[in-house]
Every structure is written in C-alpha cells, then in structure tokens.
Design a protein around this ligand. Structure first.
Ligand code: GLA
Length: 405
C-alpha cells in the first residue's frame, strides 16, 4: 500500500513536471484554425462598449456565428494609458463604463468566446501599457474576466528574446488556469513556426496585412503587405502547421473595400492555407456579397478540414497559379488563381498531371483514378477528371474545386 502511494506520487510529480517543462499550452484548443472577428482592421483603437455590443449582436443576426465564427477579439486600445496603483491593467472607463468583465459576460451570453490583446513589450503598438514584467498578473486578470483568447504582439521589445518572452506568457496563461488560445503576433521575425507550437495555437507568419490585393500604398513611412505579398511567403512554411498549431497569415480584409473578385480570391486563398479566419470588417454594414463570401460554408469546410494541412503551390504558368490542399478522406481542394491583369483561359488536362505531396504522402495519378469535380463558387458539379477542365478566369479571381473520388 505504502509502495503504491509512493509510486502514484512519483507519477503525479512526473506528470506535473512535464506539463510545466514542455506543454504550457492547452493542447485541446484550436484543432481546426480558429474563427472569429477582431476589431483592429476597421476600428484600430476607436472601440467602445456600445459599438462592440452592436457588433456582437450582428455577429449573430448576420449568420457569422452559424457559419462557425466563434471568437470576438478586442485588439489594441481597450486600456487606460497607465496601470492602477496595484499594477493591474484597467479597461478604459470612457470606452467600457461597465468594466471588461461585464463586456466579456455579454459576449459569452451570446454563445461566443471572448478574446483580448496585449504585447510582449513595455508598451503595445498603439502605446498602451505592455505586459513586459507583468505576465502572471495580466494572465490572472484575463482569467478572472473570462478571456478565452489572447493575441500577444511584439512592439517595444528591444533587447527581449522572442522565444523566452512568448514561453513566459504561455506559462503565465497555464498558471492562471483558464484555457485560452494563445495567438503569437511576432510577425514571423524569429521564425516562430520553428519553436512556438509548444507555446501557442497560432503565430503570425508576416507583418501586417493592408487592404489591397496586389500592392498596398505606404502611409506614414510604413507599407503593409498585400494579400499576394503574404500568399507568396506561406509556401515554404506549410510543413509547420497542423491541428493545434497554425501559421497565421493575418486577419481578413474581406468587406473593407477591395473589389468583389479580390475579396473572393483573398478568402479562398486563406481557406486553402488553413488560415485562422478572423474577419476584420464592420459586421453592421456588410453587403450581401461580403456576407456571402465570409459565410461560404463549402469554403469554410476546406479551411476547417480535419486533416489540417495547408495548400501548396503545384503549378504556375503565365500568371495562373494552381494550389492544392489535401483533405481528409482522400479528397482534394484545388484553387486556380489568375494573378495576371487580364482574363485567362484555363485548359487543364488532369491526365497530364501527377499530384504528389510528401507531407501528406499524397500521390494522385488521374490516369489511375477518376475524381468528381465540384465548383464551389459556381455551386455546381462540373463533371470529372476524365475531361479537360476548361474555364475563363478573370484577373485577380479564382476558381475553387473540391475533388471527390
Ligand atoms: C500590430 C499587429 C496588428 C495590430 C496592431 C495593434 O501592428 O500586428 O495586428 O494588433 O499592432 O496596435
């Protein structure tokens, strides 16, 4: 009996030690890429409770929640410029007169999950108090408010080691005891895909997205990345993503002013990339087209596919690029992107191609197997791989097919 309880203690000790040494994060979260809404792309720091409550309400009535979006994330600008006398962060009383717990309760009362933002540095990117030196205290405060998701930025971090800073915050979240998705926003500067899977569920792979498909315009000496700039930086890191640990090519700009075809291509490509889908538009003012893009269930199913594999660029010719995403049950998603500045005719002879992918051990020879083709945007079946695939694709537009044996 004595021996048994000693052995039990030893096992318990080892389990606790291994949890703190290796698996800081809550392993069960984000088995598919997280989906939600974030305040930054449209509102920057101009957020407050009435505006955000309206956004929460439209989240439900617009069909976003039904389509699978779950998180409601406040980005930078929710705090006062100073901590209180005990060193606690304070929700700006002008913006949140009822405090942050009351707002989190509102979000939860609608069946959504609540997310918040801070930064590994001494100040956030917009100049509010950062978490440097307050990791455990801040994590406890978030847990007491019911936070389910923390986005953690990388401004004002001179002299700080990225790996250590993010590991410390991950441990602080674990110690606070409330399961939270930990979203590293380090802009890919220290290759987080190589070390962050033990700390968090997603990490930004690049600098910030801007609201443009091909080229953004510089503002105040700084130029955000376009949709295509970001796309071109994902292929080489696809092997690092999978269930519970995702490359994050940044939030969506759908509905923020790009053309319809560009929004459609942006959303399709992010779904092909198994990207976290964080809408960044004003949900209260969505056009029918924007709603149709963001709630396209067949595309979301490709993003959320259980295999959790990112697409790869299979082929590129004359401005047409073909991306392939292996799916569960031996299905495939294929996206034809026309990034040239004129409509292009695609004549794709399946039988002349063998599609292989070392990561998923996919090897498809269309002479050996026939697949049925479903055109997702056209919402129709279009025959099989026994026939040429012929279609004209407009400039900066896509066709996305789901292939089933
Ligand atoms: C950085 C991040 C953005 C946003 C802002 C907030 O630029 O990359 O996503 O959070 O900070 O200040």
């Amino acid at each position: 009996m004595k021996f048994k309880s000693k052995a039990l203690l030893a096992v318990l000790f080892c389990t606790m030690a291994s949890v703190s040494a290796f698996a800081q994060k809550f392993e069960e979260l984000a088995q598919t890429p997280p989906m939600g809404w974030n305040s930054w792309n449209t509102f920057q720091t101009k957020i407050d409770e009435p505006l955000l409550k309206g956004m929460v309400d439209t989240y439900l009535t617009s069909g976003m929640k039904d389509a699978g979006y779950t998180y409601f994330v406040l980005d930078d600008g929710w705090m006062t410029m100073e901590r209180d006398k005990d060193g606690n962060l304070v929700a700006d009383p002008q913006k949140f007169p009822n405090g942050m717990k009351a707002f989190a309760d509102y979000v939860h009362s609608k069946g959504l999950k609540f997310g918040i933002y801070n930064c590994a540095g001494t100040k956030t990117c917009a100049g509010y108090p950062g978490t440097r030196g307050y990791e455990y205290q801040d994590a406890r405060l978030y847990a007491s408010w019911g936070v389910d998701y923390l986005k953690f930025d990388w401004c004002n971090t001179e002299g700080i080691n990225a790996k250590e800073a993010y590991a410390t915050m991950a441990k602080a979240i674990r110690a606070a005891g409330r399961p939270m998705i930990f979203s590293l926003c380090e802009w890919g500067q220290h290759q987080p895909w190589k070390w962050a899977a033990k700390d968090g569920q997603l990490w930004r792979s690049t600098g910030d997205i801007g609201n443009a498909f091909e080229e953004t315009v510089a503002k105040d000496g700084w130029k955000p990345l376009s949709v295509l700039n970001i796309l071109d930086r994902q292929d080489s890191i696809r092997q690092y993503a999978g269930p519970g640990h995702w490359n994050d090519p940044d939030m969506l700009e759908v509905g923020n002013g790009m053309k319809y075809n560009e929004d459609k291509a942006h959303f399709s490509l992010w779904c092909m990339l198994a990207a976290p889908l964080m809408a960044g538009n004003d949900l209260r003012k969505m056009s029918e087209q924007t709603t149709a893009i963001l709630t396209n269930k067949e595309l979301i199913a490709i993003d959320q596919d259980a295999l959790g594999v990112e697409c790869f660029k299979y082929y590129s010719f004359d401005g047409i690029e073909i991306f392939v995403k292996p799916l569960a049950n031996n299905e495939l998603a294929i996206c034809f992107l026309n990034r040239s500045n004129r409509p292009q005719n695609v004549n794709f002879d399946w039988k002349a191609h063998i599609i292989s992918d070392a990561i998923t051990k996919t090897n498809i020879d269309f002479n050996q197997a026939t697949y049925k083709l479903h055109d997702i945007w056209a919402k129709k079946d279009i025959g099989t791989t026994d026939k040429l695939f012929k279609q004209t694709i407009g400039a900066d537009d896509v066709v996305v097919l789901r292939l089933t044996k």
